[in-house]
Write a protein that binds this ligand. Structure first.
Ligand code: ZN
Length: 343
């Protein structure tokens, strides 16, 4: 006889995502500017269900503004919602909290921008979303099937950079970094225990991994090593985290002027896109960039579909009470959704 076999379905690749999007948009009116290929490319790590959510959210957003066809802007907003939750513009934030969040996110963005092995920063924002006070989005341009040690280390530095920035600028640290620290620690632990990437412990895996997480077990791993090795692991985790922290600190200290620029611009505009961050890093003012964009729009003629591809969602945007993805917040970059930047 034949038994059903359990098959683990991996994340769909870019082609797969495009196909899934096609299926879910089949009966939905799309604007001509909507390119499913582009959406597929900006959603690495998304499952079929995530993509279905994106399409549904985009449809809701379109309906809310009484639009007839789903546009690219709605699609982009929907992607961000699925990743980070709904924007909460109504939440009252004190000036000090706003400042902490601005420097925290500026730290992520600056270090993410300058490290050679991190994903490009797609957007940074201090508008609360889900449970996060702010967020920095980094997107891969392609699917990732494996990662190198340098990439993982840079990601850890980037995750720690929010906390580093708070410490350096405000001489104060907040609870906002909790999720960053958790993720940084878990990446380092995996590097040592699963990927054999620690020089001190060598190319071995430590602990027996379970397919299932049993109740009451903290780690889904059985300890199959000595007390001594356990100590060595703890020591190595601490050492790697500290060296990544130091790296983030060096970058921020050596680029304090840029950090200030990004943080101040965030306080002013609340959200910065990739182009704006690049301009600030290259010493251009946002005013210059605005003027440049304006003239490009005028020169592009009336067929300005490209210019609408990433409009900034500034203050005038509608307040939306829906809030289903509470638990899914995050102010760093989601681990599965990152990629490589040309050095
Ligand atoms: Zn953070």
């Amino acid at each position: 006889g034949r038994f059903d076999r359990e098959i683990t379905v991996g994340f769909p690749d870019v082609k797969g995502r495009e196909e899934i999007l096609k299926v879910h948009t089949r009966n939905k009116p799309l604007a001509d500017e909507v390119d499913l290929k582009v959406i597929a490319r900006s959603t690495p790590g998304f499952t079929g269900a995530d993509l279905e959510n994106v399409v549904n959210e985009a449809a809701l957003l379109t309906a809310r503004v009484k639009g007839k066809r789903i546009g690219m802007q709605e699609m982009e907003e929907a992607i961000e919602r699925v990743i980070a939750g709904t924007e909460k513009r109504s939440r009252i934030i004190s000036e000090f909290e706003k400042k902490i969040v601005a420097y925290h996110e500026a730290g992520h963005a600056l270090v993410g921008y300058l490290l050679p092995h991190t994903d490009p920063v797609h957007k940074v924002s201090i508008i609360p979303r889900g449970r996060a006070g702010g967020y920095t989005l980094m997107f891969p341009e392609e699917d990732r099937y494996y990662m190198t040690r340098s990439e993982l280390l840079d990601r850890v530095s980037m995750l720690l950079a929010g906390r580093v920035s708070e410490q350096i600028v405000l001489n104060e640290i907040s609870t906002g970094a909790q999720n960053d620290l958790e993720r940084a620690t878990s990446i380092v632990r995996q590097m040592i225990m699963e990927y054999g990437m620690s020089d001190a412990l060598g190319p071995i895996t430590l602990g027996k991994k379970h397919d299932q997480v049993f109740l009451g077990r903290d780690l889904a791993r059985d300890r199959d090593f000595s007390e001594e090795i356990a100590k060595a692991i703890d020591h190595e985790i601490r050492r790697i985290i500290e060296s990544c922290y130091q790296k983030a600190q060096d970058i921020i200290e050596n680029n304090r002027d840029k950090l200030e620029l990004i943080a101040q611009s965030l306080l002013e505009r609340e959200t910065l896109d990739a182009e704006e961050i690049k301009a600030l890093m290259e010493g251009k003012s946002l005013g210059e960039l605005d003027a440049l964009r304006e003239s490009k729009r005028n020169h592009a003629g009336d067929n300005g579909s490209k210019a609408t591809a990433h409009q900034k969602d500034e203050g005038e945007k509608k307040e939306i009470p829906v809030d289903k993805k509470e638990e899914h917040h995050d102010d760093g970059n989601p681990p599965d959704r990152e990629e490589k930047k040309e050095p």
